[in-house]
Design a protein around this ligand. Structure first.
Ligand code: SF4
Length: 275
């Protein structure tokens, strides 16, 4: 067993490895951690690096992959990347689900029967409340996409950002996801984190490394402690949670992560419920 696998088994670090596929997005959400937008610097992590890191990750004892951005499905090669990863381990890809019409949806059909699950952002069952921070027509596009994906046999999870709303409004949101057949176990609620555009807009909770999930995260610009690490503010990549500029060979960021994990007090992530 590798030292990484031992740390995962001990619960010191998480077993999932994240890839930041790209940083551009068709949306410009108010609380976006990466200042993503159609004009954002793309910072695309090339498919060859993803493949090399994935193979090394399997050998190290990584247990699953995550893919995030930006909006990953803006990449023309994203389905091929996801299927390549899913040949190795289960994959969770985060998406705003607003591109799943027309040609992109035809491509997404290739994920049916694979080990790829899609986590979709949805903040409220009230369209206006949902769209306030995510943009016009967001709610309508998301609730159109979810049943189409489920009909393909693809596992869909819902991620709600911002633990706001009255108990009745929260109940409405849970009733909505249950109406699609999405269980409570597949509904993630997490606070807005005070980084990126959220920080610029003075939103969210302050979080340290101890508050954030310890899951090795690979970007074009280096490897980070957590998927909440490689955020962007004022056009600059945040480096406070950088482990190494080198992402491959994977031993370099893994050794850096194990060293930090050895120094970090445990238990903090339960406080803010960031996941
Ligand atoms: S929060 Fe997600 S969907 Fe919204 S702008 Fe950022 S990357 Fe795009």
């Amino acid at each position: 067993m590798t030292a990484f696998a031992e740390a995962v088994a001990a619960g010191t670090i998480g077993g999932r490895l994240w890839f930041y596929a790209n940083y551009h997005c068709n949306l410009t959400c108010t609380y976006c951690l990466t200042e993503s937008s159609p004009n954002a610097e793309r910072r695309v992590l090339d498919a060859e690096t993803i493949r090399n890191v994935a193979d090394a990750a399997v050998a190290q004892g990584v247990t699953s992959f995550g893919v995030t951005g930006g909006e990953p499905f803006l990449r023309p090669d994203m389905i091929d990347v996801l299927l390549m990863l899913a040949e190795r381990l289960p994959v969770l890809v985060l998406s705003n689900a607003t591109l799943f019409g027309g040609r992109v949806f035809e491509d997404v059909k290739r994920l049916a029967g694979s080990r790829v699950a899609i986590q979709i952002s949805l903040d409220s069952a009230a369209p206006d409340d949902n769209d306030e921070m995510r943009g016009p027509e967001n709610f309508a596009k998301v609730v159109d996409a979810i049943p189409k994906l489920i009909a393909l046999g693809i596992t869909v999870r819902i991620a709600t950002t911002g633990d706001h709303g009255t108990p009745a409004e929260k109940a409405d949101l849970c009733a909505l996801h249950r109406s699609f057949g999405i269980t409570d176990d597949d509904h993630v609620v997490r606070p807005i984190v005070h980084r990126g555009r959220a920080a610029s807009n003075d939103l969210g909770v302050y979080a340290t490394a101890a508050d954030l999930p310890a899951e090795l995260t690979v970007t074009r610009d280096g490897a980070f402690w957590s998927p909440f690490g490689p955020t962007v503010q004022g056009g600059r990549l945040d480096l406070d949670l950088l482990l190494s500029r080198t992402v491959y060979p994977l031993e370099i960021p893994i050794n850096a992560m194990l060293e930090v994990a050895g120094r970090k007090p445990g238990g903090g992530d339960a406080t803010l419920a960031i996941r």
